[in-house]
Design a protein. Structure first.
Ligand code: TYM
Length: 332
């Protein structure tokens, strides 16, 4: 059984990009592997954020994860800041991380551009991400395509740490691999850039049927399809990508055929998609609603998850500290 780790920021609602790109995969993986899934609140604070709502957004993200099917009996689900070893390992890994690599990260460059003053935390973001995964010596990391560069850096950090500190002492960090889903990059409703809460181009996983339809109606399709009679190309249509996430295979074939032959207009295609999305998402929305009524239970589950994660994290840290030559006694 491989060890799997992944994380999600509590920076907003869970949307269908997160779901199709990563989280749905997590639900499957929990039946096959030894899994840890984390709400990464320490990552979320590297950009400006609302202090008064962070805790609530953290709980809401956890509710979302349980509602889509993460099962605390099968996977360890917890909040990053509840396991302080993430921050400790982050610091230790900073010492082997090349500054140039951090400055080259596209996510850093994008986010830094949008900020007047750049906090060091934003630069070190991928080191904390490396700490998240390496702390549990996880080898599989199910993520969307936008995380691949961070994964590459994570492997580099593991290699450098091993080269400097492993000393043949039997302890090394394995180099984690990314695990991509078939929907590794879901575009936003504008059809231009990746679906992202900060860009306001999302369909929320718990949007109501009415909202789903209102958002889908004006969503971008194949730009070459100007009139109803023009044939379209499903391979370059974001609506078709979303069909692949929500519609059964025979429907996908029908949709592709009717698009290529202009048998259907884009609105016909979207109506079928809306119906399939609503059928999949309604039970998840209802489950989230039930969980919201019992926030105490969700907090308890997260606390229990953090206790399990922390036991694993402590074991790693004892060995890491020893390999790095730190004076023993930290456990006291
Ligand atoms: P985050 O919170 O931005 O997104 C969570 C997961 O959703 C995927 N995703 C997408 N996939 C396809 N299409 C999209 N439009 C889309 N939008 C988001 C992301 O790729 C991600 O897998 N840095 C990470 C969180 C993190 C992490 C980790 C991940 C912290 N530590 C350790 C893996 C391992 C992030 O910001 O994800």
């Amino acid at each position: 059984m491989a060890r799997v780790f992944s994380g999600i920021q509590p920076s907003g609602e869970l949307h269908i990009g997160n779901y199709l790109g990563a989280v749905r995969n997590w639900v499957t993986l929990q039946h096959q592997h030894d899994c840890l899934f984390c709400v990464v609140d320490l990552h979320a604070i590297t950009q400006s954020y609302e202090v008064s709502s962070l805790a609530q957004r953290t709980i809401e993200m956890a509710i979302g994860l349980f509602a889509v099917g993460l099962d605390p009996q099968r996977a360890i689900v917890f909040v990053q800041s509840h396991v302080p070893e993430h921050s400790e390992l982050n610091w230790l890994l900073n010492t082997v991380t090349p500054l140039g690599e951090l400055e080259r990260q596209t996510q850093f460059k994008d986010k830094a551009q949008r900020q007047e003053s750049i906090p060091a935390g934003l630069l070190n973001y991928p080191v904390l991400q490396a700490a998240d995964v390496l702390l549990y010596r996880a080898t599989l990391v199910p993520v969307g395509e936008d995380q691949l560069q961070h994964l590459e850096l994570m492997r580099e950090i593991a290699r450098r740490w091993n080269a400097r500190f492993a000393n043949g002492g039997g302890f090394t960090f394995p180099e984690p691999q990314a695990l991509l889903s078939t929907a590794k990059r879901v575009l936003g409703l504008d059809g231009q850039v990746k679906m992202s809460k900060s860009l306001g181009n999302t369909i929320g996983l718990f949007d109501t049927p009415e909202t789903i339809w209102e958002k889908l109606k004006p969503a971008a399709t194949d730009p070459a399809r100007v009139t109803r009679k023009d044939p379209g190309n499903p391979d370059i249509c974001n609506i078709f990508t979303i069909h692949q996430g929500f519609s059964p295979a025979p429907t996908q074939q029908l949709v592709a055929h009717n698009c290529r032959t202009a048998g259907w207009g884009c609105l016909d295609c979207k109506r079928v998609l809306a119906d399939n999305m609503i059928a999949t998402l309604t039970p998840l929305r209802e489950r989230a609603q039930q969980l919201r009524a019992e926030p105490g239970k969700v907090s308890d589950t997260l606390r229990a998850g953090a206790a399990k994660a922390r036991a694993l994290a402590r074991t790693t840290m004892v060995r890491v500290r020893r390999c790095m030559g730190l004076l023993e006694g930290a456990e006291a």
